[in-house]
Design a protein around this ligand. Structure first.
Ligand code: ATP
Length: 351
């Protein structure tokens, strides 16, 4: 793993007046680059050949670099190009998926906003569970073997692939039936999790180490096909198709005001637990995926320790961000603001 000391040395060599905010052209790149421009930074987007035109049209990227494969950004020569431009990379979901957490931790010498150690904690399900437990949150039960399934469960496969291939099973027989549809090489690595009935809330938070403050900047619900479509016609169906959970979009939502205190407690507990588990803990944007049960209790089944796609709803700010900021404050802009406010102490927001 590249140590924080090495990264801080790189930062010491940077020209602080000429920082460039950069990311990979996908996911939340438009929001990140726009936010960085709003905060007065130079910006750069790294994309695959053919995508340049798309990013050029918004006037939010001062520079566009193309790579054949996103892992090419790990090449020493390419990293040198980024270092020359005083680049701070902003990780997002596709960034982590394409470059991979282990490469970001071990091979990327270019500074990445936040604490890169967090990527392993959010992408490794066992560690993620340890973190959620340490925060004292209610989490779904898990079954280690299909034979143990005794209630409606959701079967998950690794990687942030937006719910692809997930299926439901009430018992071992249904599990065996459905697993046949999964590619052989993927079959070994599954998680069987209790399916929680309720409604979903995916709040977006930002933890500022500079202010030692957790901010709620928005909430969304993922719009998933086909499960959200089946719900609309369930009364017409005699035979139910297997539900799938492939994300196709995001819907904005505001929560009952009386639910907001628990939402904030969850985030604060997660930040406190992170400080104990991996120093200096969570820095910057994160999101939890939770189900609100009929008792109005939150069950948290996933944490994303980076900017999530649902924040794209709020490029102009959200009802919550407006309570804290008198200007349109997207998550992308909030990241750039933290970098700006860190000033000479970039080592307080980059590890
Ligand atoms: P990400 O891209 O966030 O990493 P993922 O591919 O890891 O997503 P999850 O977020 O774990 O997938 O789950 C995808 C969807 O499956 C959720 O949005 C939700 O609709 C449903 N889901 C997952 N776990 C549960 C659960 N325990 N109970 C009920 N629904 C669940």
């Amino acid at each position: 793993m590249i140590s924080s000391d090495e990264i801080h040395k790189v930062l010491e060599g940077y020209d602080r007046k000429k920082l460039t905010i950069a990311t990979i052209g996908s996911h939340t790149a438009i929001q990140i680059l726009k936010g960085a421009k709003d905060e007065g930074f130079r910006t750069l987007v790294i994309c695959r050949p053919g995508r340049e035109k798309f990013y050029r049209r918004f006037g939010i990227a001062d520079e566009i670099l193309s790579v054949k494969d996103y892992q090419d950004i790990l090449n020493a020569q390419f990293q040198q190009e980024l270092l020359k431009r005083n680049v701070i990379l902003i990780p997002h979901g596709s960034f982590v998926e394409y470059v991979e957490a282990k490469n970001i931790e071990n091979r990327l010498r270019v500074p990445v906003f936040g604490n890169r150690a967090v990527l392993d904690w959010e992408s490794n399900r066992a560690r993620e569970r340890e973190w959620l437990r340490k925060a004292g949150l209610r989490i779904p039960g898990e079954f280690s073997r299909p034979e143990d399934i005794d209630r409606l469960s959701i079967v998950k496969f690794p990687g942030a692939r937006g719910g692809r291939n997930y299926f439901l099973a009430n018992n071992a027989m249904e599990f065996e039936e459905n697993i046949k549809g999964i590619k052989l090489e993927d079959r070994e690595n599954f998680t069987i999790q209790e399916y929680i009935i309720g409604i979903r809330f995916y709040p977006h938070y930002f933890y500022s180490p500079l202010k030692d403050r957790v901010e709620l900047l928005g909430i969304d619900i993922r719009y998933e096909t086909n499960v959200d479509g089946v719900a609309r016609i369930s009364h017409l169906l005699t035979e139910h198709p297997n539900p799938s959970f492939v994300v196709a979009g995001n819907i904005p939502v505001v929560a009952r005001e009386s639910l907001l205190p628990s939402m904030m407690d969850i985030a604060e507990n997660l930040v406190n637990a992170s400080k104990a588990l991996f120093r200096p803990g969570m820095v910057g944007p994160f999101c939890i995926e939770s189900i609100c049960t009929e008792e109005l209790e939150f069950v948290v089944f996933e944490i994303s320790a980076r900017i999530v796609a649902g924040t794209n709803l709020y490029m102009q700010g959200s009802p919550y961000s407006q309570l804290l900021y008198r200007e349109p404050m997207s998550m992308g802009r909030r990241i750039a603001r933290e970098i700006k406010e860190a000033g000479k102490r970039l080592d307080r927001v980059i590890y």
